[in-house]
Design a protein around this ligand. Structure first.
Ligand SMILES: [Zn+2]
Length: 166
């Protein structure tokens, strides 16, 4: 019930912000529309409408705002740093050595802003380009690519494709 109350409150705020008379039948249409929108998304949409719209928004206009906001979120996601996956560190694949008998990964800091605080040596000083050139059809980011290389190489090393990473 509390959630419903919050949504109704937001819709009434929208009406008030545009000095729209709160007629029951119109409120009801907007309440019904709001039922299918998440509370936090509704709040963002109402705030956005109040800040940017010149006129009281129709339902179709509100749907447009909801859609535009979803797009903003997915674009932010796409802004993830490709080299480090927005972790600040880039993986370096090492061959089996005295420390580890399998292919293993050590991290170095990325050149993006997150890498500045990583506290490990900078990757792109060691590798002017990336350690591996990524095969074109690989869909993930660079750390995911290195991880998949590591798994493949270790499987080959063991000559056993049931190898499970520990
Ligand atoms: Zn980065």
């Amino acid at each position: 019930m509390r959630q419903l109350y919050e949504k109704e409150h937001l819709i009434m705020r929208l009406f008030d912000a545009f000095a729209k008379p709160r007629k029951d039948e119109q409120l009801e249409i907007y309440f019904q529309w709001a039922e299918n929108v998440g509370t936090s998304r509704l709040e963002k949409t109402v705030n956005w409408a109040i800040a940017h719209e010149e006129r009281f928004p129709t339902i179709s206009r509100l749907n447009g705002i909801v859609k535009a906001q979803k797009k903003v979120v997915s674009e932010q996601y796409r802004d993830e740093c490709y080299f480090c996956g927005s972790t600040g560190v880039v993986p370096v694949l090492h061959e089996p050595d005295l420390v580890s008998g399998v292919y293993h990964i050590r991290m170095m800091s990325c050149k993006c802003s997150l890498g500045l605080t990583a506290g490990v040596p900078p990757y792109f000083k060691k590798f002017p380009t990336l350690q591996f050139s990524v095969i074109g059809n690989f869909s993930g980011n660079y750390p995911q690519y290195v991880d998949s290389l590591k798994r493949d190489k270790n499987e080959a090393l063991r000559g056993d494709d049931t190898y499970i990473e520990k």
